[in-house]
Design a protein. Structure first.
Length: 175
């Protein structure tokens, strides 16, 4: 499958919002591994912020967005409690946010391609590591991250207990 990666632009925002809503509708019908909810996360504002900050990337197939990821230098507050393999002020660390794949392209290698892109982009940007958090019940994502060489660091509370999401596993890939 031909996948093109590009920096997200303002004219991608409507399509990204549709991608988020379609994915949340799909998750609501089956096993909702990440625990995401429509109108809560991810939402249009996540796309707007990512485009504005210049850290949202899209993967396109035949001109359509089939996946997206935000690579930020800002960690969640709970990240500061963890013992990471690499000590940093986050200027040379990317944190993965809003890692999404179009529901019609799940289990087609899009997630793996997007994660490979994130790793390559981080290396080109001379980052020293990539970090992410994943809801402990999200086994498909956990398997993907481990397959891509991420190592388990710790389990933390990100303050999302109101949504039934009590524990998140932190992962790091040292580059």
């Amino acid at each position: 499958m031909d996948i093109i990666f590009d920096l997200g632009k303002a004219n991608d925002i409507d399509e990204l919002e549709q991608l988020y809503n379609d994915l949340n509708d799909h998750l609501a019908k089956g096993v909702n591994y990440p625990g995401w909810m429509k109108d809560i996360y991810p939402v249009r504002q996540n796309a707007i912020d990512g485009v504005k900050q210049g850290n949202l990337y899209v993967s396109k197939h035949n001109g359509k967005i089939i996946g997206s990821v935000i690579l930020s230098h800002k960690p969640e507050p709970a990240y500061y409690k963890a013992k990471w393999k690499f000590e940093s002020d986050y200027s040379d660390v990317f944190v993965v946010y809003t890692f999404v794949v179009n529901s019609k392209f799940l289990k087609c290698g899009v997630g793996k391609a997007l994660m490979d892109f994130a790793i390559e982009h981080s290396i080109k940007s001379q980052a020293k590591s990539i970090r992410l958090d994943v809801y402990e019940g999200n086994m498909p994502a956990i398997r993907l991250y481990e397959k891509c060489g991420f190592k388990y660091i710790d389990t933390v509370d990100l303050g999302l207990g109101n949504y039934g999401l009590n524990w998140f596993r932190l992962y790091e890939k040292v580059l």
